[in-house]
Design a protein. Structure first.
Ligand code: AMP
Ligand code: MG
Length: 335
């Protein structure tokens, strides 16, 4: 018997085997440019159910459907001209669009949590693309971590968090963006930013005109009803390590771990420290964020103190994740 999970470098043979496992209803973790995804055959109800079970994810929180290209996306969702413009302009890339679901979409209703909308994305990562081409059908894939926890940006994170619950991990190294995709809901007028990410508000507005988001930039609009199934990405506690997270730290306690950004010599002490980007590069910080939180999330410390991150560029998305990581854990946690 083969030990689970099989952890393989993403050779053509390994990708072909992963596609075979997906066809057999198994779960396969694979790298994307954002974070590692926990993939299942989107058309297979049992496989999709096991994604929710493996993550401990509530079934009202829908999954993103990953497709190889715009053509495959149009088999799943109803595109209008503006959605097509976004697809041409931003795919393949770290951008997800929520659209009306096609009646004949080759996707289990569970993927959409029973909603009449569906979230689709064309990932740019070579291994994700290779897997989608080999499988040749939509893959439902949330982040490959237990619900509510810190997202995985290395195969080790996936193995630690989901272990035997996945049949295979395609080990494609570290994720380059390091934060989940930007999500834009196009079923409202104007379209609404549900989750900030590397693709920023200005980039979207340059293609289709005004969208709804707070004036301060890319932060997602607040949820009217925090348990509303069409806005689960907006629930307060998410991306949370086991340790408490303290934001905008300008000092550090002797038992705290410091997560620094930019020059940090003036902050003395702390039990340990890692720096997201000593040069203050926000993209480097985003790529390092989850891996460093994973490393600092150690019961040897009492909390993770995080230095201020500027509210510009991908800094909006970093701060969005950090605020949720610091939020008190509620009864209902998204994933
Ligand atoms: P994850 O799979 O962990 O990257 O999370 C996927 C995100 O996409 C969650 O915040 C979901 O709530 C969101 N999402 C997926 N499908 C929809 C949809 N039909 N409407 C709104 N949000 C969605
Ligand atoms: Mg997630």
């Amino acid at each position: 018997m083969i030990a689970r999970p099989e952890i393989l470098p993403p050779s053509a043979a390994a990708i072909a085997r992963a596609a075979e496992l997906l066809r057999a209803g198994e779960l396969v973790a694979f790298p994307t440019e954002t974070v590692y995804g926990l993939g299942a055959d989107a058309a297979n109800q049992d496989a999709v159910e096991s994604v929710f079970a493996a993550k401990g994810r509530p079934q009202f929180n829908p999954l993103i459907v990953h497709v190889a290209d715009l053509e495959m996306a149009e088999q799943v969702a109803v595109f209008d001209d503006r959605a097509r413009t976004l697809g041409h302009g931003l795919w393949a890339g770290p951008f997800t669009v929520v659209l009306p679901r096609r009646d004949d979409a080759p996707v289990s209703p569970l993927v959409s949590a029973g909603l009449d909308t569906v979230a689709v994305r064309v990932p740019g990562h070579q291994v994700a693309q290779g897997l989608l081409r080999a499988f040749d059908r939509p893959i439902a894939a949330p982040s490959a971590n237990r619900s509510g926890g810190v997202s995985p940006t290395t195969p080790i994170h996936v193995a630690k968090d989901l272990g035997e619950r996945v049949a295979m991990i395609l080990a494609g190294g570290r994720c380059q963006v390091g934060l989940e995709s930007t999500i834009l809901d196009m079923t409202t007028d104007p379209p609404r930013l549900l989750r900030p990410g590397r693709v920023g508000r200005r980039e979207i507005e340059g293609l289709i005109g005004p969208i709804a988001a707070p004036e301060d930039g890319d932060a997602a609009a607040p949820a009217a009803d925090p348990t509303a199934p069409n806005a689960p990405g907006q629930l307060a506690s998410h991306y949370a390590p086991r340790l408490p997270v303290r934001l905008n730290a300008v000092t550090v306690g002797p038992t705290e771990a410091l997560l620094a950004f930019g020059p940090d010599r003036y902050i003395r002490g702390g039990a340990t420290r890692l720096n997201l980007s000593p040069e203050g590069d926000l993209h480097e910080a985003a790529a390092n964020l989850y891996a460093m939180i994973h490393r600092l999330d150690d019961p040897a410390y009492t909390a993770i103190a995080v230095m201020p991150i500027p509210e510009r560029s991908i800094g909006f998305a970093i701060n969005d994740r950090l605020r949720r990581a610091a939020a008190p854990r509620g009864a209902v946690r998204p994933s």
